[in-house]
Design a binder for this molecule. Structure first.
Ligand SMILES: C[S@@+](CC[C@H](N)C(=O)[O-])C[C@H]1O[C@@H](n2cnc3c(N)ncnc32)[C@H](O)[C@@H]1O
Length: 232
């Protein structure tokens, strides 16, 4: 795991002079190469779709982006009713172009502040979107996700985790330093990875109200991307 720490340190040094980018701005600037870049997680997307229950009828996708996980979910559940939330209009537009025949409900908002409703969904998914935020902020979101699920509903999160406390601490302290340097407020969304350790991520989901929270696992060759399952 020391190798991961050294790699992060080297990457932080090599990007030291780069200004922080806004969250939506980061993805919009790379939109034409985004899906190709994310294709490295193809098997994780397939895995997430496979973990959803056979009885699935309604699904909320937070941070849905261009809908890569939905490509697999729609192929297993062609009639599922999807609501997708994302900060970026352009990412949502790409999703819409791919899946307009499925009539997804697309909401261009911040998932921390938007209303996710009560007992509306059989499942909620979050793929590679939650590794930028502090635990306390995520706990409140997990509570909203919990509330939005029907009884017995499932929450699946597949995301980048910090493989040690030292990595979590280093990323958060560097993010803080760059925010101060660039004059960016604490709560403004910037694209800078600050993953929590697995233990902290699971703990934040439990604090959101979920009683059953478990690590489903990692795919071979990728010890950074955890698949987590929580049941209401
Ligand atoms: C790495 S992309 C993942 C997109 C999609 N889940 C996938 O795997 O292709 C992260 C997405 O989360 C969105 N996002 C980040 N923070 C958000 C927030 N607070 N509210 C809504 N969307 C957010 C970004 O705009 C971006 O589209």
């Amino acid at each position: 795991m020391d190798k991961d720490y050294q790699e992060l340190k080297a990457w932080l040094e090599s990007t030291n002079d780069q200004p922080l980018e806004t969250m939506a701005g980061f993805f919009e600037a790379r939109i034409d190469t985004y899906e190709e870049h994310m294709s490295r997680w193809k098997e994780h997307y397939r895995w997430m779709a496979d973990l959803l229950p056979e009885s699935l009828e309604s699904l909320l996708d937070i941070g849905c982006g261009t809908g890569l996980e939905l490509d697999f979910i729609y192929s297993r559940f062609p009639n599922v009713k999807v609501t997708g939330v994302d900060l970026s209009k352009e990412m949502l537009q790409r999703l819409y172009e791919k899946h307009k025949d499925k009539h997804p409900v697309l909401v261009c908002e911040d998932y921390f502040s938007c209303d996710l409703g009560k007992e509306r969904f059989d499942a909620v998914v979050a793929f590679e979107t939650l590794h930028h935020f502090k635990a306390e902020k995520k706990e409140k979101l997990f509570r909203k996700i919990y509330d939005s699920l029907k009884p017995g509903g499932i929450f699946l999160e597949c995301d980048y985790i910090a493989v040690s406390q030292a990595i979590e601490d280093l990323a958060f302290s560097e993010c803080r330093r760059r925010r101060i340097r660039d004059g960016i407020e604490e709560d403004a969304f910037v694209h800078f990875d600050t993953p929590l350790t697995l233990e902290h991520e699971l703990d934040a989901i439990r604090k959101g109200g979920f009683k059953t929270v478990e690590l489903v696992g990692f795919l071979p060759g990728d010890h950074h991307t955890a698949m987590i399952k929580a049941i209401k």
